[in-house]
Design a protein around this ligand. Structure first.
Ligand code: IVH
Length: 667
């Protein structure tokens, strides 16, 4: 392909991918399937690599993010970013209307819009290009989160239509409910604390240092405020409609209201309908439509005089506390849970509420048999917000947090600065052992197919396993004799245990379940320190010298390796030939460049052995697949590749590349 052809093709792909992103993420229309989209994206990435002179900052390929850690620069806001004053009643909305009418004689219109519950951001566009995205911060200056915001597909990198040469637009970054649920399931799998609500999840994600992780969480954004000089209209709603034509996602539920009556209708309507929205809302924002009048009214020290937020009341119910039970997680953390007399709240029957920790029980001053108020708010699990003291029986006893583990009776401990009590008996406490085993076999860890929590439970009950190394000592004869497992399932388990021996080191490290060592931390540690020997003997300074590793994580690693039983575990696993160091032809420079790509290898290679090429693909974030399907991104063809495989790949139009080209892709 010559330069001109490449330039044309890149321009075509950029335009087409932008259009597809806009259709899908802004208009909710899917025109082409994921496979076709991924193919075009892979082609664009390949071409931009070969012809870097034609790659642009607005290219949709930029949305994949980067694996490099970023420090957020503080940037001063050109227009200060204030919040709104809140009201909780219709009377207060009437008072707001009266205040405004005292300040102006002219007739005006209101606009009612949903108050989205996420984290706000201000975007600056120059000549149609997104140049900066800044968080609210303290209102005067915020963090530059441009790299992260660029990964959000509903935010245009390049505008279309007749946009002003320079302006800012503000809006809310949101994590849709379904993505929030997926993320929390994933966090639960790795023993990380789930996000309490969508707002925390959105703001936490936006502040991640690694933009490729941000890209993997599907944030969304609604824009609600255009700022700048020489804007194309005076009306706020009219400006938003213009912004929609430039490519922004604007809520379709924003509506003009001419009087209080219409405002109240909007409030009543959306207090119900919001429950069907895919994203969280916590109220309605009422604004004066004319931006000229907005300017005349101006701001108080904290908020605009031309707008107010009406917050929906979180639904509350009262019920009786039956008992408090205590759950022990895989890390040993003990979580108190309130068992309640069943009660209907926001459409679901609630039987349990989280009590978070001992301090919370104490500050609620919870007593046995108390009548309590529960609330759902933005949280998924309801919480107890207060006790109805008028209903308390004078003789009831205060709820005291347990002192011993409910599962193994070990004395609980609490580390300084932490709110949770822990059971320190990690090698002997059943839920901790089972939790660690479940984590070890999980998809993101050793991916032991054919085993699940029921199998773990069964093996544990039958005294076959007490720790992760025991898995590799299992004998077929022991399992065949269990009536609940057929021969086929037993074979599958042994096969996957065997395959797990080629799982790369970083995943083995993650699978060990060391507290605070999640996927990213394990990857960083493995790539930097390269072997379990070095990680286990590293000093606090060496560990904290690794990107993203602070003293809390480092201390947890050191204390894990200080335990004799864990060192024995490693020795036993090593004897079973699990990977305890980085195996790769290219030890340095692991990337995420192959992320999202499914790659099949076939034939023999000059530079790599087959195991090495597999490890290389995984080290760079790709997936090594074993059968050709329309979802395969590339076939890496070595020498003596079978003709039938080649033919099938050609039929499915799967690009065939050489091992050198594979390496190229990661450069
Ligand atoms: S307008 C000058 N409109 O609520 C204030 N804000 O406390 C301009 N929010 O920080 C903000 N939905 O994060 C506006 N439709 C909406 C909103 C909205 C959510 C958030 C925003 C702001 C906070 C106000």
């Amino acid at each position: 392909m010559d330069q001109q052809e490449a330039a044309n093709r890149i321009a075509y792909l950029v335009k087409e991918l932008d259009r597809q992103n806009y259709n899908y993420y802004v208009l909710n229309i899917q025109e082409i399937d994921d496979y076709a989209f991924d193919q075009m994206m892979a082609e664009l990435i390949g071409l931009e690599k070969a012809f870097p002179e034609f790659s642009t900052p607005a290219s949709p390929s930029q949305r994949v993010g980067s694996d490099l850690n970023q420090e957020f620069q503080q940037v001063a806001h050109k227009y200060q970013m204030l919040s709104l004053s809140n009201t909780y009643s219709e009377e207060e909305v009437m008072e707001f209307d009266q205040r405004v009418r005292k300040l102006t004689d002219e007739d005006f219109e209101y606009v009612c819009e949903l108050k989205f519950d996420g984290t706000s951001v201000s975007l600056t566009y120059e000549n149609g290009l997104l140049v900066r995205a800044v968080t609210r911060g303290d209102g005067q200056k915020g963090d530059d989160v441009t790299a992260n915001v660029k990964t959000i597909k509903s935010i245009p990198l390049q505008l279309k239509g007749d946009y002003p040469p320079e302006f800012e637009i503000r809006g809310e970054i949101l994590l849709p409910f379904n993505e929030f649920d997926r993320l929390n399931r994933e966090r639960d799998e790795i023993g990380e604390q789930p996000f309490a609500n969508v707002r925390n999840a959105a703001s936490g994600t936006l502040k991640l240092q690694n933009s490729s992780v941000v890209a993997s969480r599907k944030l969304d954004a609604y824009l609600y405020y255009v700022l700048g000089n020489n804007l194309p209209d005076d009306g706020h709603l009219e400006l938003l409609k213009h912004a929609a034509t430039w490519g922004f996602k604007i809520s379709e539920h924003t509506r003009k209201c001419h009087n209080l009556q219409e405002i109240f209708e909007y409030l009543h309507e959306w207090n119900i309908k919001r429950k069907d929205l895919p994203v969280a809302t916590d109220g309605v924002v009422i604004k004066i439509n004319s931006t000229r009048l907005q300017q005349e009214l101006g701001f108080t020290a904290k908020s605009p005089r031309w707008a107010i937020a009406y917050k929906f009341k979180a639904e509350q119910e009262s019920t009786t506390l039956i008992s408090v039970s205590y759950q022990v997680g895989r890390t040993g953390a003990v979580t108190p849970v309130a068992n309640l007399e069943p009660v209907l709240l926001s459409g679901t029957v609630v039987r349990r509420a989280t009590l978070h920790n001992a301090d919370n029980i104490q500050s609620l001053d919870l007593h046995e048999g108390d009548v309590v108020f529960i609330e759902k708010g933005g949280e998924i699990i309801p919480k107890i917000i207060r006790v109805d003291l008028s209903e308390r029986h004078p003789m009831t006893k205060r709820i005291e947090f347990i002192t011993h583990c409910p599962e193994c009776n070990t004395l609980l401990v609490r580390q300084e600065g932490e709110s949770a009590w822990y059971c320190p008996n990690d090698a002997g406490c059943p839920p901790q052992i089972k939790g660690k085993l479940e984590h070890f076999i999980g998809r993101k860890s050793m991916n032991i197919d054919g085993m699940g929590s029921e199998t773990i439970d069964l093996f544990f009950q039958k005294n076959l396993i007490r720790n992760i190394a025991d898995l590799y000592d299992l004998q077929k004869s022991q399992l065949i004799s269990l009536d609940r497992l057929g021969e086929k399932s037993v074979n599958r388990i042994f096969e996957s245990l065997e395959i797990s021996k080629s799982v790369p080191f970083e995943r083995v490290l993650f699978a060990l379940g060391i507290r605070f060592v999640g996927e990213t931390v394990a990857r960083k540690l493995a790539r930097e320190l390269k072997s379990i020997g070095r990680i286990g003997s590293a000093s606090l300074e060496e560990l904290t010298g690794v990107d993203e590793i602070g003293s809390k994580i480092a201390e947890s690693i050191i204390s894990w390796f200080n335990k004799e039983q864990n060192r024995t575990l490693i020795d036993r696993l090593r004897n079973h030939h699990l990977n305890f160091e980085i195996v790769s032809a290219e030890k340095e420079g692991a990337t995420e460049k192959l992320k999202g790509l499914s790659i099949i290898i076939s034939g023999t290679f000059k530079k790599f052995t087959r195991d090495e090429i597999k490890a290389f693909i995984e080290l760079n974030g790709g997936k090594n697949v074993t059968s050709l399907s329309p979802k395969t991104t590339y076939l890496v063809a070595g020498e003596n590749i079978g003709p039938s495989k080649l033919e099938k790949a050609q039929k499915l139009k799967i690009p065939i590349i050489t091992e050198e080209e594979l390496v190229e892709l990661t450069n």
